[in-house]
Write a protein that binds this ligand. Structure first.
Ligand code: GLN
Length: 447
């Protein structure tokens, strides 16, 4: 803990942490030391973990990196965090992110931007940018992020880390500040596959506080990393041939496919004609869900209340106008529009139908093949400001990550070399729902 506290201080300019729990982390550490001495330590004894600012932790502040939640102190702890603490992990602090998880560059945060430690003039990715940089820069061992449409995988790719989005419903969402409830998942950033698998197996599983959490038993992922079989791998023609794909990312992805063939695996190219519908489907459905989820921030129940209001209605309006950032407002308006009576069928219902098609296509493919391989992102980390005036260009960053989110299947991002500027490249592996064990074992083999 002292080692990390020191690093957090020297790397403070990266702006990964928005709050460091110095005292409570040292207290937890002392308690864990005693437990280790008496031979009663949990499975995460001494693992130092940072948490994204969209997860709640009893008696601690959480803001979702939004002004509207300024001063909000939670009365309870997210299930995912509680399970880590119960196994003697040490929670070292709260990590910067895009406001309510909305963004791909961590530039939409009330706490300011986070710098990528590989090149400080570039974004760390988003929305879990702080979680990525905290592990990248050695400010903690492992961190928690959330992934609704790529927010763990894309920043993991931009910082050279392992990042997982588990199957939807694998980890309880109790204590996760909602963005789009039918997409939100809690994921893990780490340097290696084993730490990631261990943390995931402890967080995952049924929870009486979240009726949507799956009741399927959780395998011990970290003990199932051995991999010695021949597998069938598909790659999607439309992703590898996408004009948006950076040349070196294409090359590195193709060379992994080549290696797999050489090692005796079956590798096949598959058509994915629905690729062009994946992003619009994702953005229609997530903005719709966000507009509904974020209606609870009205100045009455949580955090910020405008001091400039003179009656109830102006209190709502002013609190929300002053409390939400630009991107969040854009999404609330878009989501409200697609849910409005006159447009509901044209957009929301249509997008639900397309979601089903994408999900069925993906699941069918994953019944035929063990894994789908694709790049995590079309480009490596971009410069600050490069996309911030063009929301659609920013949304295009999520082109390859949203398929797993729309379908609910798990996906893992692994480091896959660097481009000519020394910027990390990510490789993404998808498997069918609840196949995290297979995903981790294959990921470990690929690394
Ligand atoms: N960049 C995507 C978005 O803005 C994904 C965010 C996320 O996964 N939380 O919606």
């Amino acid at each position: 803990v002292n080692y990390y506290l020191q690093n957090i201080q020297t790397k403070a300019h990266l702006n990964a942490f928005v709050e460091v729990y110095t005292e409570s982390a040292l207290e937890q550490a002392a308690r864990v030391d005693e437990k280790i001495a008496s031979g009663k330590a949990g499975r995460l004894a001494g693992m130092v973990i940072g948490i994204k600012d969209v997860l709640v932790y009893k008696d601690h502040e959480s803001n979702a990196s939004s002004r509207i939640l300024k001063g909000f102190i939670s009365q309870y702890t997210a299930t995912a965090i509680q399970r880590l603490i119960d196994e003697d992990a040490i929670i070292i602090g709260r990590l910067n992110c895009d406001e309510f998880g909305m963004g791909s560059s961590n530039e939409n945060s009330v706490h300011g931007k986070v710098l990528n430690a590989a090149d400080e003039s570039r974004v760390p990715g988003g929305s879990s940018g702080g979680s990525a940089v905290a592990v990248q820069a050695n400010l903690c061992t492992v961190s928690l992020g959330t992934d609704t449409g790529g927010s763990v995988r894309q920043p993991a790719a931009f910082t050279g880390l392992v990042g997982i989005k588990p199957t939807y419903s694998r980890v309880s969402r109790w204590g996760l500040i909602a963005y789009a409830s039918s997409f939100d998942t809690i994921g893990v950033f780490s340097r290696n596959v084993r730490d990631n698998a261990l943390v995931m197996e402890i967080m995952a599983g049924p929870d009486n506080f979240d009726s949507t959490a799956s009741r399927k038993p959780v395998p011990k992922y970290s003990e199932l990393l051995h991999f010695d079989k021949r597998v069938k791998v598909a790659y999607l023609k439309e992703t590898i041939e996408s004009p948006a794909l950076q040349k070196e990312i294409k090359e590195n992805t193709l060379s992994v496919l080549e290696r797999l063939k050489e090692e005796g695996h079956e590798v096949e190219e598959v058509d994915f004609p629905l690729l062009k519908y994946v992003l619009p489907t994702y953005y229609i459905l997530t903005t719709a869900e966000a507009s509904s989820n974020l209606s609870r921030y009205d100045g009455v129940k949580y955090g910020y209340r405008s001091p400039n209001a003179h009656n109830l209605e102006s209190m709502y309006k002013k609190t929300r106008s002053e409390g939400f950032g630009e991107e969040v407002k854009r999404r609330i308006m878009l989501g409200t529009f697609v849910l409005s009576a006159s447009y509901y069928d044209a957009y929301f219902t249509k997008a639900q139908k397309v979601r089903r098609l994408i999900k069925e296509f993906t699941e069918n493919l994953l019944n035929k093949y063990d894994y789908i391989l694709l790049p995590t992102t079309p480009s490596t980390a971009f410069k600050f400001g490069e996309h911030s005036n063009d929301p659609v260009a920013m949304y295009l960053e999520d082109l390859f990550t949203v398929q797993a989110s729309v379908s609910g299947v798990p996906a893992l991002s692994l480091p896959n070399g660097k481009d000519h500027q020394g910027l990390p490249i990510g490789l993404q592996v998808m498997a069918n729902s609840f196949k995290e064990a297979e995903l981790y074992a294959f990921g470990n083999y690929l690394m």
